[in-house]
Write a protein that binds this ligand. Structure first.
Ligand SMILES: *Cc1c(COP(=O)(O)O)cnc(C)c1O
Length: 408
């Protein structure tokens, strides 16, 4: 008899975005001719930049000729890309990493989920609330939790509420976790962590032999020069943190697929006798066994963001989104909303008015303004009463959406 992985049965039905899609479709069918502005799903809208496209084309051309054709590449990524990452993303910020501590992959979503497989199921995981839903769902799939309680929390996960009172920053847990997910700049709240905040987490992890999973998918949106882009800018972090980065939001690769994960040589985890083992060889084993590398043209395209031209172009696109965020922040504030984020992140986190729940606000916005956003409660129970607007949109639509909101 075929047995399923029953952990999957614990997952809550209806992932956030399918539910949004369902409500939007129903509305569109009932109201033909109404123009809907989508500021919901966190997906980029601007095309790949010219330098990236040029490198992408060159990569494709190389595949077309006998002399330059490439079959399987190194599973961990081509040296040219790993070296460019080490130099531009890290050395430029004072962080020394060897290219072989960098693992190129097809996405941070997969990596943040897959990483759990090299850690035993007796690990206790701490997760912010609200946050990117992938951390909790993949923790459940891996079998590290019990069932879902009525408040939306899974037994066995330590949730760290991020609220207006604590500035949407998770506090050190009172119960001791083994693995800690941190996401800065944060999706969905747009909050960033200062050096002091990150140092506090690194010290905590060092003292308690924890590992921090640091998701820095939005680091390119940091505008404040005092905010670290990498957790490795913090003293001691290499011994306690894995960092996830992605070209998705940085350079518009959501549909092209390229990301990377950093596991420093110093990083240790412990066996049941308390003996330390380096983590990198385990991830290397997993990655090379279960993954066969990102396609060559895509890695060529990704490396182009580190050229002078590419870097300039990518920065201009980020600035375009950040200007959208600024426009939304200002307009929503003028309209009397309490607004967070949107300065070092492409997300504006808004408190609903009149005590509406997140989904009530969603329905109001869709019905009255034909604008789609993301209900905060979909990112965790502490997101209830909040709403996420994404700056990944066309400028004209941002302006139009803000005008429409004024009328409700
Ligand atoms: C978009 C996003 C990612 C990137 O995922 P990819 O699989 O690389 O596209 C990772 N983490 C967070 C928090 C995100 O919002």
């Amino acid at each position: 008899m075929a047995k399923i992985n029953e952990n999957y049965l614990k997952l809550k039905a209806g992932y956030l975005f399918p539910e949004i899609g369902r409500r939007v479709r129903e509305f569109a069918q009932a109201n033909p001719g109404k123009e809907i502005i989508r500021m919901g799903i966190g997906d980029v809208t601007q095309p790949l930049t010219p330098a990236v496209i040029k490198a992408f084309h060159e990569g494709v051309e190389e595949m077309a000729s006998l002399a330059t054709f490439k079959g399987y590449g190194p599973e961990q990524g081509y040296d040219f890309l790993r070296e460019a990452i080490a130099k531009n993303d890290y050395l430029a910020r004072g962080v020394q990493l060897s290219p072989d501590e960098i693992f190129v992959s097809d996405g941070s979503k997969c990596d943040t989920g897959n990483i759990q497989e090299i850690f035993g199921n007796d690990n206790i995981i701490a997760i912010g609330d609200p946050v990117y839903p992938v951390y909790a769902d993949t923790t459940v799939m891996s079998g590290k939790t019990g069932s879902c309680q009525s408040n939306g929390y899974f037994d066995g996960i330590i949730y760290m509420p991020c609220t207006e009172e604590n500035g949407f920053l998770p506090e050190l847990p009172t119960e001791r976790p083994d693995l800690i997910f941190l996401c800065f700049p944060n999706n969905p709240t747009g909050t960033v962590a200062t050096r002091e905040v990150l140092q506090k987490w690194v010290d905590y992890a060092t003292k308690n032999q924890c590992i921090i999973f640091y998701d820095a998918a939005y680091e390119a949106f940091i505008t404040d020069p005092s905010i670290p882009h990498s957790i490795y800018e913090i003293e001691g972090a290499k011994s306690v943190a894995i960092e996830f980065r992605s070209f998705s939001k940085t350079a518009g690769f959501t549909g092209t697929r390229c990301a990377f994960t950093v596991i420093p040589d110093e990083l240790m985890a412990y066996d049941s006798d308390g003996k330390p083992h380096p983590v990198k060889p385990l991830w290397m084993r997993r990655h090379t066994t279960k993954f066969n590398g990102v396609s060559y043209p895509v890695q060529k395209a990704a490396a182009a963001i580190y050229s002078e031209e590419g870097a300039k172009e990518v920065k201009a696109v980020i600035n375009y989104y950040l200007e959208n965020a600024r426009i939304m922040r200002n307009s929503l504030q003028e309209q009397g909303y309490t607004v967070f984020g949107g300065i070092n992140a492409p997300y504006v986190w808004v408190k609903t008015k009149n005590g509406l729940t997140s989904w009530e606000f969603f329905d109001l916005l869709l019905g009255e303004a034909n604008v789609v956003g993301t209900p905060g409660s979909g990112f965790g129970p502490s997101g209830e009463g909040y709403f996420r607007f994404s700056a990944f949109a066309e400028r004209a639509n941002v302006l139009k959406a803000m005008e429409r909101l004024k009328k409700i």
